[in-house]
Design a binder for this molecule. Structure first.
Ligand SMILES: Cc1ncc(COP(=O)(O)O)c(C=O)c1O
Length: 408
């Protein structure tokens, strides 16, 4: 990843302002390739369904689509982005606990797959199928089982309940519903749980084949993978050193072992978000003021914790200095522009820093741009510099953008 010098930032800021995101889409692409090949070495028939919610910059969805990956969406809004990018309905999986019936109906009739999150949602899909006798309706079922991490996840259907079996009985009784996928998502990103994630899935698949003779084409293990991160972040998150292979080996060998003598092998799908998006974005902002209050130094910036989404930890940060007067700080807090008392981007910074210096925060690609509210300032632009030129990915928002939905 290209290091940003003061001159480079200054040049960019002349056109785009003093606070912006830098996207490195090549890093995203490499992460996807690396993650996929990790899984493929143990189970060849693996593919990615990129989790749009993590960072729905259209260019990222396009990269996945162009390399043969799928779109994992959780709302009509994300579905709309995938469709605008040109992703075919067959390449879109719609998860998410709440879906609008109208959008669901249109999507299903167009050939997309909805992974139902509850029995009542399945009944809605069943109704849609009955109303569209001439269309094949592709459905998936989100499965909820215990992976031993002490969390009772709220997603999907409990695989031990009668309602779970009822879904498959009803699918068997209707001609135009095809069970495309089984899906499970557990938020825990510790690779140690990935054997249990895969074993639980295989056990549901095994039951479906033996009891209902249904063979879904996709077994989807959801998200919950961490990617490359600086040691400083890893230590604060109390994570040990691991790689994509640690996840892949645990999950994909369960698949390769189970399917080794079977003629039909389903696709193993993973839904990475953080794993591929986190380290592909940096956030740049500028030091605006430095002040001392009863012996504590506060450095205030034109950025906010809301821009980087990380809280309670110190993100990877580099000070890119301009010439000029510096303050030698000991345990200073770097604060945001909002009026929230707890808006800190970094705590206990020790070192030299001056007004006009830029701060570059790394690992800002996941749940940042998509979660940043237009609180106090409109949102800042996103620029891709991976080609050596500056490509505008998202322009700076203006006051009109923020207020356009209000009646004045
Ligand atoms: C269904 C689903 N898939 C994928 C993801 C992405 O997971 P992660 O953030 O661990 O990459 C999420 C995150 O909430 C999710 O809910």
């Amino acid at each position: 990843m290209m290091e940003l010098s003061f001159e480079m930032i200054k040049e960019i800021s002349k056109e785009y302002g003093d606070s912006f995101y830098i996207l490195d889409s090549d890093v995203f692409k490499n992460n996807c390739e690396k993650l996929l090949s990790s899984f493929k070495q143990f189970y060849e028939k693996t593919n990615l369904a990129y989790s749009y919610k993590t960072n729905y910059i259209p260019k990222l969805g396009k990269i996945i689509n162009e390399t043969g990956g799928f779109a994992e969406v959780v709302s009509g809004m994300e579905l709309n982005i995938a469709e605008r990018i040109g992703v075919k309905p067959e390449s879109i999986f719609w998860n998410g606990p709440v879906k609008s019936k109208e959008e669901a109906e249109r999507f299903l009739v167009s050939g997309g797959t909805i992974n139902v999150d509850s029995y009542s949602e399945f009944l809605t899909v069943y109704e849609i199928a009955k109303n569209h006798k001439n269309d094949i309706i592709n459905v998936g079922v989100r499965c909820n089982y215990d992976i031993g991490d002490g969390v009772v996840s709220r997603f999907g259907l409990d695989v031990e309940k009668d309602e779970f079996n009822k879904v498959f009985e009803m699918i068997s009784s209707i001609d135009n519903i095809e069970l495309k996928s089984l899906q499970a998502h557990f938020a825990n990103r510790n690779y140690k749980y990935w054997s249990a994630k895969a074993e639980g899935m295989i056990s549901v698949y095994d039951k479906l084949v033996s009891e209902y003779d249904i063979k879904p084409s996709f077994l989807d293990l959801g998200g919950g993978i961490s990617g490359d991160m600086p040691d400083s972040l890893r230590e604060q998150l109390k994570l040990d050193k691991f790689s994509f292979d640690d996840y892949a080996w645990r999950a994909a060998t369960v698949f390769s072992e189970y399917f080794k003598d079977k003629k039909e092998k389903p696709w193993l799908i993973i839904e990475p978000g953080t794993a591929v998006a986190a380290n592909c974005m940096r956030y740049v902002c500028r030091v605006e003021t430095i002040k001392d209050i009863r012996g504590k130094v506060f450095i205030t910036t034109n950025g906010s914790q809301k821009n980087i989404s990380m809280s309670g930890i110190n993100p990877p940060m580099r000070v890119v200095s301009c010439e000029g007067e510096k303050v030698d700080c000991d345990k200073a807090d770097i604060a945001g522009y909002t009026c929230i008392e707890s808006d800190y981007l970094y705590k206990n910074y020790s070192g030299k820093i001056g007004v006009g210096d830029y701060l570059v925060f790394g690992s800002c690609g996941s749940y940042s741009v998509v979660m940043k509210p237009p609180f106090i300032f409109p949102n800042v632009p996103v620029l891709d510099i991976s080609s050596g030129k500056t490509e505008l990915i998202k322009r700076a928002e203006k006051y009109e953008d923020v207020f356009t939905t209000y009646n004045f």
